[in-house]
Design a protein around this ligand. Structure first.
Ligand code: ZN
Ligand code: ZN
Length: 419
């Protein structure tokens, strides 16, 4: 590590994650999930969480290389079997309602060459292994946050031409910048940013749009929203949770969950999609009555097929997210090859699982009620970027009023002037 002020920035980053992000309160238990090469950040998080009065701080270590070996060597039967500790962890989450901090540091090449089917079996198993935890986090009842940390592998993926140590420094710099940690007062930055995100989300919610019209190069899409939709920002999510928290750092998006029955037209991706180390590029999806009826990719057609055909729900939309082009992430000009960052650089959609929290009563609905409300279900949730400086978006209310939301990739004055 050669960044001259790395230690200071790591401390600021940890403070941002704990105070602006998860909003650590005295008496709360916090679980940190990270790879072993991120020990400096995890130590800072742990020390600061204790200093903020944590009841307990629990670290669950992983390692990308060991994870890959398992995917390469374990049989389908083993990958499909729930681990012995999963149920205990699930129960613990329900009993204690801890804060969960996920530190993501794996680059796409981490899993390069691993059979996608193996990855899918493993993901499905993990998804099924923690029903209580997933229900709590999905409904916004349990505070969680995802943040990034530079690993050698990921840094090399982003900066393939640089020596590894230089690449790691560059990636950390980009993480600190896009996370609003390396300029001004990070906590103040986040207070202002979260406030603005929250206001914008509330404003969009107040229109109760019937549908959204989305136009850009190669894109002409109508997305139905159904009743009682809420636009959500990560700026101080509270919902059913015991407190406000920010589930992603960085975050720029304002999103909701579409009515998955009512999506029609064509949408063209504007950035490559990295799915577990496999690239899909230059692709478009065609929807009819909500369902993907055609899809083609110039690069990675079979990867795209494995996403869409994973299950029936993967043929439908689960997320509609708005991100203007003038954000630190987009200004960094980097393709991070990690969804947390890239999805916050651009308007995006996701096929697969929708968000119950996108519907007013969603967190308390059962599966059938969610389906009726148009909230999609799938074992998949795959984001893909559709934003550009050519994007125009309108919201149309139930009585036909058309509200311009985006022009040329940015919030319109109609929206901005109301904030
Ligand atoms: Zn999103
Ligand atoms: Zn998403």
């Amino acid at each position: 590590m050669t960044l001259p002020n790395f230690d200071e920035l790591i401390e600021k980053y940890a403070a941002t994650i704990l105070r602006a992000g998860i909003n650590q309160q005295p008496g709360e238990t916090t679980i940190i999930q990270a790879d072993i090469d991120q020990a400096p950040l995890v130590r800072a998080l742990s020390a600061q969480a204790w200093a903020l009065g944590a009841r307990d701080v629990i670290v669950r270590w992983g390692d990308a290389e060991i994870g890959k070996s398992r995917l390469e060597n374990a049989s389908d039967e083993v990958l499909g079997t729930t681990g012995y500790a999963a149920a205990a962890f699930d129960d613990f989450c329900e009993e204690v309602n801890p804060n969960l901090i996920f530190v993501k540091s794996s680059g796409p090449s981490e899993l390069a060459g691993v059979d996608i089917e193996k990855i899918k079996i493993s993901n499905r198993t993990a998804e099924a292994a923690q029903p209580k935890r997933r229900k709590l986090t999905g409904a916004g009842k349990m505070p969680w946050i995802i943040v990034g940390a530079a690993s050698e592998n990921w840094a090399h993926d982003v900066f393939p031409d640089l020596p590894v140590s230089e690449a790691v420094d560059k990636l950390w710099e980009a993480i600190f910048f896009t996370s609003r940690v390396s300029f001004g007062d990070p906590l103040k930055n986040w207070e202002d940013h979260a406030y603005k995100l929250g206001k914008t989300a509330d404003l969009l919610t107040s229109y109760q749009f019937d549908h959204i019209l989305y136009r850009a190069e190669g894109t002409d899409l109508k997305i139905g929203l159904g009743g009682d939709r809420i636009w959500i920002s990560a700026g101080g999510m509270s919902g059913a949770s015991k407190k406000e928290y920010i589930p992603n750092i960085p975050t720029e998006e304002i999103f909701t969950t579409p009515d998955f029955h009512r999506v029609d037209g064509v949408v063209r991706a504007t950035k490559p999609l990295n799915y577990s180390g496999n690239l899909v590029d230059d692709f478009e999806l065609t929807f009819k009555d909500g369902r993907v009826v055609d899809y083609k990719a110039r690069v990675g057609q079979e990867v795209l097929a494995s996403i869409i055909e994973a299950d029936e729900g993967a043929h439908f939309l689960g997320e509609l997210a708005l991100v203007p082009i003038d954000t630190p992430i987009n200004e960094s000009g980097l393709l991070f090859l990690m969804t947390l960052f890239d999805e916050n650089a651009s308007n995006h959609l996701a096929v697969g699982r929708g968000y119950p929290a996108g519907v007013i009563a969603g967190p308390d609905m059962n599966d059938e009620e969610l389906r009726e409300a148009g909230v999609n279900y799938s074992s998949m949730h795959v984001d893909f970027m559709v934003g550009s400086d050519k994007t125009d978006i309108d919201g149309v209310t139930a009585d036909g009023e058309v509200v311009p939301i985006f022009r040329n990739g940015k919030w319109t004055d109609e929206i901005a002037n109301q904030l």
